[in-house]
Design a protein around this ligand. Structure first.
Ligand code: HEM
Length: 142
C-alpha cells in the first residue's frame, strides 16, 4: 500500500529531471544534426541553433531548479565535492558558453564564412558532448 504514495519532493525532482533530459537531447541531438548538415543552406542550421540554444537555457534553468528544490525541502544544497563538484562546474561552464555562442551565432552568422560557421557548430556540439559526459560523473561521484 505504501508503494502508492510518493513524496512531493521526489515528484518535483522527477519532473525537473524530465525537462533536464529533454534539454540534453536538444543540445546533443540538435548539435549533431547541425554539425552534420553544416554544408546545407544556412536556414537549416539556424533552426537547429535555436533548438540547441533553447536547450542550453533550459539546462541552466532546470539545473537551478534542482538546487532550489533541495534548498526548499532540505534547507541546504546537496553536499557534493571533488569530482562531482568539478563535473557540475564543467556543466555550468558549458551551459554559459553554449548560451553565449548561440546568441552570437543567431545574431551574426550572416557575415561569417562557411568554415567559421562549421567551426562554431562543431564547438557547440563539442560542448554538448562534454556536458553530457560530465553529467555521468556528477551522477556517480555524488
Ligand atoms: C547550469 C547547468 C547545469 C546544472 C546546474 C545541472 C545540474 C544537474 C543536477 C543537480 C543533476 C542531478 C544529479 C544527480 O542525479 O545526482 C543533473 C543531472 C543530469 N544532467 Fe545536468 N545540469 C546542468 C547542465 C547540464 C547539461 C548542459 C547537460 C547535457 C547536455 C546535462 C545533463 C544531465 C543529465 C543527462 C543528467 C542525469 C544524469 C543521470 O542521472 O544519469 N546537465 N544535472
Amino acid at each position: 500500500m505504501s508503494g502508492f504514495f510518493f513524496s512531493s519532493q521526489l515528484l518535483l525532482y522527477a519532473c525537473i529531471q524530465a525537462l533536464h533530459n529533454l534539454g540534453a537531447v536538444a543540445i546533443v541531438g540538435g548539435g549533431a544534426a547541425a554539425f552534420l548538415l553544416a554544408r546545407r543552406p544556412s536556414g537549416v542550421q539556424k533552426v537547429l541553433v535555436w533548438v540547441i540554444t533553447l536547450g542550453w537555457i533550459s539546462q541552466g534553468v532546470t539545473g537551478i531548479l534542482f538546487g532550489a528544490t533541495s534548498y526548499f525541502y532540505d534547507g541546504r544544497l546537496p553536499d557534493i565535492h571533488g569530482i562531482a563538484l568539478a563535473a557540475l562546474f564543467l556543466k555550468m561552464a558549458c551551459a554559459a558558453i553554449g548560451i553565449i555562442l548561440g546568441v552570437v551565432y543567431l545574431r551574426f552568422e550572416r557575415g561569417w564564412s562557411r568554415t567559421t560557421l562549421r567551426r562554431i557548430l562543431g564547438l557547440d556540439f563539442g560542448l554538448g558532448i562534454t556536458a553530457l559526459t560530465a553529467a555521468a560523473f556528477l551522477r556517480w561521484f555524488s
